[in-house]
Design a protein around this ligand. Structure first.
Ligand code: ZN
Length: 208
């Protein structure tokens, strides 16, 4: 069972995914107690990663604040600023990066317009080729190029420009793209890395 589903097993608010839980938990052979033990282990090993996953899939307020705090701490180890404006920009970038990471194709208004959040699109060329070979109409799909298979619409980087220019009206776009956008991308990437670490830790635990 994948970690994002495991989270919902112990969450009374996740009735929507009850069917997935039931089937995946049966097929994995894990009891609810096993899953809770594994989650406890992951929390001790990869607290930030687990909090990020809870924030993303279950939108738990307390986990969102934990994740926000962890991301802020990370930003300060790499890009601590001695001036108030710099810190204010960083606080907003951290919040935006967390929002960016926490989006799922199920969230209203976040679907990629090309694949409607399905992560893949019809592969007409492959369908035609197959038809030429065996005269059979088969629907084939390929990962959506526009969203790189995430199912999410792109978040405009101009959001970062707006945040920076509110604090530093004289900062020009080119400078912002050169200095702040890489930091923003790094913050988002940190969230994904923490998620991967948490997933790995969970997999190790349930395979034992
Ligand atoms: Zn797409």
């Amino acid at each position: 069972m994948r970690l994002e589903y495991a989270l919902t097993v112990c969450d009374p608010r996740s009735l929507m995914v009850a069917d997935i839980q039931a089937s995946t938990s049966r097929s994995s052979g894990l009891s609810k107690a096993d899953i809770m033990t594994a989650l406890g282990y992951v929390q001790r090993q990869e607290h930030a990663g687990l909090a990020l996953l809870y924030a993303k899939y279950l939108k738990h307020d307390n986990e969102i604040s934990y994740a926000l705090d962890a991301l802020w701490q990370y930003s300060q180890t790499k890009h601590a600023s001695s001036n108030i404006k710099g810190r204010a920009i960083m606080r907003q970038l951290v919040a935006l990066a967390l929002f960016d990471y926490c989006r799922t194709p199920e969230d209203k208004g976040q679907q990629c317009p090309a694949c409607k959040g399905r992560k893949e699109v019809r592969d007409r060329k492959a369908e035609e080729q197959l038809y030429e070979i065996c005269s059979k109409v088969v629907e084939l799909t390929k990962p959506c190029k526009r969203c790189h298979g995430t199912g999410l619409k792109a978040l405009p980087k101009s959001n970062v420009v707006t945040i920076v220019q509110k604090m530093m009206p004289k900062a020009n776009e080119r400078t912002i793209y050169r200095t702040w956008i890489p930091i923003y991308n790094e913050l988002v990437q940190w969230c994904y890395t923490q998620e991967e670490e948490a997933s790995r830790s969970y997999s190790r635990m349930v395979r034992m």
